[in-house]
Design a protein around this ligand. Structure first.
Ligand code: FES
Length: 100
């Protein structure tokens, strides 16, 4: 297994499906490949429990939840977050924090 630096979990629950997650997921896979990000993995997951904000995805280990993800948002998120390491603030639903 290749090392993974970031794992993007794309919700594949029913509300996210209704709101077009499939196109966004495909765009994410393509954008990661185009951006030459072999250490970022994108996977579908069951409902993440934030259905009213669908489509939803989470980037780990950063713990950043993105909401309302559309196909056209994906390139910007890949460039800003995955490549440059900055949260793409316009689409953030929640950012997890860790108490030290
Ligand atoms: S269906 Fe996607 S968060 Fe519930």
């Amino acid at each position: 297994m290749k090392p993974i630096q970031r794992h993007i979990l794309f919700c594949d629950g029913s509300d996210c499906k209704k709101k077009g997650n499939k196109k966004a997921y495909k765009a994410m896979k393509k954008s990661l490949k185009d951006a030459k990000q072999p250490f970022a993995r994108c996977s579908k997951t069951k409902c993440l429990g934030a259905c009213k904000h669908a489509p939803v995805m989470v980037v780990y280990p950063d713990g950043v939840w993105y909401t309302g993800i559309k196909k056209d948002d994906v390139q910007r998120i890949v460039t800003e977050h995955i490549v440059n390491g900055n949260t793409e603030e316009d689409s953030v639903l929640h950012q997890m924090t860790v108490n030290a």
